[in-house]
Design a protein around this ligand. Sequence first.
Ligand code: NAD
Length: 313
Amino acid sequence: MEESIIIIGSNGQIGTELATALRLKYGEKSVVTSDIRQPNVPSQGPFEIVNVLDKERLQSLFEKYKPTQVYLLAAVLSAVGEQHPKMAWDLNMIGLLNVLDLSVSYKVSKVFWPSSIAVFGPHSPKEETPQYCIMDPNTVYGFSKQAGERWCEYYFNKYGLDVRSIRYPGLISWKTAPGGGTTDYAIHIFHEALRNGTYASFLSAETRLPMLYMEDAIRGTLQLMDAPAEKLTIRSSYNLTGLSFTPEELAEAIKLHIPTFSITYTKNDPRQAIANGWPSSINDEYARKDWNWKPQFNLSTLTEEMINNLKKI
Ligand code: NAD
């Protein structure tokens, strides 16, 4: 069957790269990108302006393209969410429910919606955080993702909707700027290292967080979407990780390429409090078992890729 794919929120950090990967796989015209704003660079295929909160407009998109797969990426991220809590809740919840409802009505074959490691909280185990444990997220972003996971599982159980999801850790990429998350430092640091040779980190030297290089994230997402439905034992959201590091360790890895690079640490940034409630490493055994997940990038290869690619632009 020919695929018709819609990505909602396609202009952001993940959408830009996911759109390229899906168009390579399914053909340019089979993938419709959509966002609330125009893309910075012209789209390689059909593009539509859509506000995911405008259900009528969203429905017209489903009616026009009769999607077989939908990827919902529009969301308010962790740090911005703390500045605009109600807006984050509305977008992250109502946007998801609009997409789930229309996907049932239009008999969409598969839906992808990303969750986050922000679903964990201060009482979750910090090391090797398991798939199932206490979850007491204390950010609006975190509990909007947690509620979103419950809704995804509910729509699977109640309406048979094939929703698939990953709890992404911090995603590191060079093509598009990050969208206002707590792990953004791990991208800013590369830009500043190349531009100024120094970086003031808003997270402390020893804050260890789970991360994933974007190429791994996109590969993992496509792998999950290709997996046979009967292999998937989790319909809320899969734990997933690539590696964990601290700002200090990342700075050391950068120094191997830019020996004069130096890092300083700012105090009392609100993002530190968010990071303190998150896991420092993630156990992703279910993803490994159910759909053969295996990351390819480590700290050294990720650093090399970031520096080499950013040097070219
Ligand atoms: P981003 O902020 O870079 O991109 C989101 C896109 O959604 C933007 O292009 C924005 O214009 C668009 N958008 C905003 N409001 C919209 C609306 N009302 N209607 C339509 N589009 C709208 O985010 P991202 O980093 O690409 O993240 C995508 C998803 O992945 C989100 O659900 C996020 O929570 C999740 N996630 C991201 C990370 C990460 O490190 N980037 C980690 C964990 C989870």
